[in-house]
Design a protein around this ligand. Structure first.
Ligand code: ADP
Length: 478
């Protein structure tokens, strides 16, 4: 069986230790990956500094953009192979993996275009001075990404860092290393100098913790669970480096009677079932105006019953969850719903020939969930939608804001005044009116408030997170 090596300083590195790759669709072991620890992380960070002091540091902004565009073109060239790899590794339907490949390429294209367009200011100051600001890269940046959208998350995190001239050390999630390594191979082919793009594979508590606490990194980006996010921020604090945290959500979608209810229902179902609900920005709560609650949830229920779950290759509405731990987590929430007598309004179904031993769960719609119930408060990270009744705008805002999270929200109404009032009142990093998610939205700043984290990814704004402003004040006299 293949052993996939890490990519450090332009070399493919074996460590003597490995861990298995498990196919979520049938539980089989399909290969092994090098298990990196503190020594490999240290080597990668040093390689990053050497690259910054050498060829990568000498690469002009426009050339960085060219390299990134070349990488994007290679991602598109190998799109079908990358999609197959991602689909098998994560368990996601092939069609979704194909769209993830496109978004990943788009991140590199978007930030390639930005590489030579981030410039500072000149600042009017006292007579006899010229003052300007310059954006300098942090040096070597660490990127710890999760398993739900490995290609997208890698592009989102490393592309703006590379555009600003940082060398990167990427730690993919242990469940899904394959496309990160494939990207490293393509970065090599594109011509990135050695040490600019490093991938250390390994466990979170080993390679991840070693990266987050390494004194040689200048910034750490993390997307994942709240608990680990707190550890990352604590590690960054000891080295006093900036950190970007994206820690998930419990994102509400508020539906009023005057909305286009058909479009709302279709979008709401997709927003919680895409990637089997394993999406940070999944719309996992639906708050429905009381007078249409019964008819609207009946519509949602019909759509849930029509959903089909199958293997990644079967390419149905939902694939399996990524691993046994996630299945256990979602099953625990569903058991809790039944134990507490919450109405299960609908479930999807498994396709007839779903393989044995995959990590499958049925998409489930639960009605009349009390706002303080764990199902309405905690991130399930599975295809579970909880519905609640709201009297009016006031109550909708209170319930929408009544969780520890604040990542994304949606409002469905034809009354734009009401839509805008809620856009201001609901605390979240993004809010959508009469749509949700905006199809990936590489160009749109994204990130959390409250327990969902801080710092912004995506859009032009992300670039500033990967640089420090230096003010240069020159006294030349009059
Ligand atoms: P989940 O519980 O959903 O798997 P995690 O937050 O544990 O999400 O994982 C997200 C990423 O964080 C993965 O790449 C994982 O390896 C990494 N990770 C997990 N634990 C730690 C840790 N203690 N320090 C650094 N990274 C970690």
């Amino acid at each position: 069986m293949t052993i996939h090596r890490a990519y450090i300083d332009g070399e493919w590195v074996a460590t003597g230790l490995t861990f298995p790759i498990i196919n979520p669709s049938d539980g089989s072991v399909t290969g092994h990956v090098a298990r990196c620890g503190a020594a490999e992380v240290d080597r990668a960070v040093r390689a990053g500094h050497a690259a910054r002091a050498g060829a990568w540091g000498a690469t002009e902004a426009a050339e960085r953009g060219r390299l990134m565009n070349r990488l994007a073109a290679l991602i598109r060239r190998d799109g079908e192979e990358l999609a197959r790899l991602e689909s098998e590794d994560v368990g996601k339907p092939l069609t979704l993996a194909r769209s993830d490949v496109g978004v990943c390429a788009r991140y590199f294209e978007y930030y390639a275009g930005a590489a030579d367009k981030v410039h500072g200011d000149t600042i009017p100051f006292q007579n006899g001075y010229t003052v300007m600001t310059v954006y300098e890269p942090h040096g070597v940046t660490g990127h710890i990404v999760p398993w739900n959208y490995p290609l997208q998350m890698t592009g989102r995190s490393v592309a703006p860092a590379l555009a600003m001239g940082n060398a990167i050390v990427l730690k993919p999630a242990e469940d899904t290393c394959l496309t990160a390594l494939a990207l490293a191979r393509l970065a090599e082919e594109a011509g990135f100098p050695k040490g600019a793009f490093n991938v250390v594979t390994g466990f979170g508590e080993e390679a991840g913790a070693a990266l987050a606490s390494h004194p040689g990194i200048g910034h750490i980006s993390f997307t994942g669970s709240h608990e680990v996010g707190v550890l990352i921020q604590a590690a960054a604090a000891r080295n006093t480096i900036p950190v970007t945290l994206e820690l998930g959500g419990k994102s509400p979608q508020v539906v009023f009677a005057d909305a286009d209810l058909d479009e709302a229902a279709a979008t709401i179902v997709k927003a919680i079932t895409q990637n089997a609900g394993q999406t940070c920005s999944a719309g996992s709560r639906v708050l429905v105006e009381e007078r249409i609650y019964d008819s609207f949830t009946a519509d949602l229920a019909g759509r849930f019953r029509a959903l089909r779950v199958g293997s990644a290759a079967q390419d149905l509405d939902l694939g399996p969850l990524v691993n046994a731990k996630q299945k256990q987590r979602v099953d625990t929430f569903l058991t809790m719903a039944r134990r507490d007598g919450l109405p299960i309004l609908a479930e999807g179904a498994f396709a007839g020939n779903v393989p044995q031993d995959g990590f499958y769960v049925k998409p489930t719609l639960i009605g009349d969930v009390p706002p303080d119930h764990p199902l309405a408060q905690q991130e399930v990270f599975g295809p579970v939608l909880v519905a609640m009744r709201v009297k009016d705008e006031e109550e909708a805002a209170a319930i929408a804001n009544g969780t520890p999270f604040g990542l994304v929200a949606g409002v469905w109404t034809r009354d734009m005044g009401r839509g805008l009032r809620l856009a201001h009142r609901i605390r979240s990093g993004q809010i959508f009116i009469n749509n949700y998610g905006a199809g990936g939205g590489v160009e749109l700043p994204f990130g959390g408030v409250k327990g969902s984290g801080h710092g912004r990814e995506k859009g032009f704004e992300a670039l500033y997170g990967f640089a420090a402003t230096k003010t240069v004040a020159i006294k030349h006299g009059l």
